[in-house]
Design a protein around this ligand. Structure first.
Ligand SMILES: C[S@@+](CC[C@H](N)C(=O)[O-])C[C@H]1O[C@@H](n2cnc3c(N)ncnc32)[C@H](O)[C@@H]1O
Length: 246
């Protein structure tokens, strides 16, 4: 068992100092890489004019910003325990409500949201029991037939990030704990939390070094390949993407 409190506290302090995650993704990869994940999340979620969206572990709200262009009348909420990225979100040119708090203890009334999204955040909670509790909490905050979409690191692509290939502090950034998912443990945790899983697929197939040259064309190829390959895309993808229903 990992000391969840200790690792989460380390992470929170790290996020207060580090650049926001959206900015980090674009700086270390490209905006096209970022776009591929967002396009796939929106496409696979199949949303029809949601009234309220919550982004759990939102950082600077790269997803909320993207979705604000499609659903102009939707109320957008983001929660993260680091204050600094939330300030970046507040300064973005669209309306959202930012909550600084622990996503394992969501401060909302039950059945508040049509859609909840959590990108690259669930994997940062140490211990399966804590992750399942977080997912149960999210389940309670969704309206009936509401949708949850998550993306997480694909163990197949990132096994060398942590000492034992499965979970622990990152070799390159020991303040960050990561759990590396395979499709089966992602499905198990979602089902244990009460969700009906409709899709588990991969996202982000084309290596960054090619994407730098292919640019928007790369986004088209990558997202089309994911559609054509379906769950086969998991073999080559950097992230797993799951869509499930309450
Ligand atoms: C890898 S970043 C992903 C950020 C964002 N979802 C995105 O994809 O751009 C993970 C985020 O989860 C947040 N986080 C981790 N544990 C949390 C917790 N217990 N409560 C709230 N936020 C948390 C971190 O502060 C960080 O901003």
């Amino acid at each position: 068992m990992w000391d969840a409190k200790y690792l989460q506290n380390k992470e929170r302090k790290f996020r207060e100092k580090d650049i926001s995650y959206g900015e980090f993704t674009i700086k270390t990869k490209t905006k096209w890489w970022n776009l591929i994940e967002l396009v796939n999340v929106l496409r696979f979620s199949g949303l029809k004019s949601p009234k309220s969206i919550l982004d759990v572990g939102c950082s600077d709200g790269r997803f909320l910003e993207y979705v604000s262009k499609t659903f102009k009348l939707c109320n957008l909420f983001g929660i993260d325990f680091a204050r600094r990225p939330l300030k970046d979100l507040k300064n973005k040119p669209f309306k959202s409500i930012q909550i600084c708090g622990d996503m394992c203890n969501l401060p909302f009334k039950p059945s508040s949201f049509d859609f909840i999204v959590s990108l690259q955040a669930v994997q940062q909670i140490p211990n399966a029991e804590n992750r399942i509790n977080l997912l149960k909490n999210i389940h309670a905050m969704l309206k009936d037939k509401g949708t949850l979409t998550v993306t997480v690191l694909n163990q197949k692509s990132w096994f060398n990030l942590v000492e034992n290939g499965k979970e622990g502090p990152l070799k390159t950034a020991p303040d960050i704990y990561e759990y590396l998912y395979n499709p089966q443990d992602l499905r198990d945790e979602l089902q244990k939390a009460g969700f009906t899983v409709s899709i588990i697929t991969g996202t982000n197939l084309i290596p960054v070094r090619f994407l730098k040259y292919l640019k928007f064309f790369g986004v088209l190829i990558d997202t089309t390949l994911t559609l054509l390959l379906g769950s086969l895309s998991i073999k080559r993808s950097r992230y797993l993407l799951a869509v499930c229903k309450k």
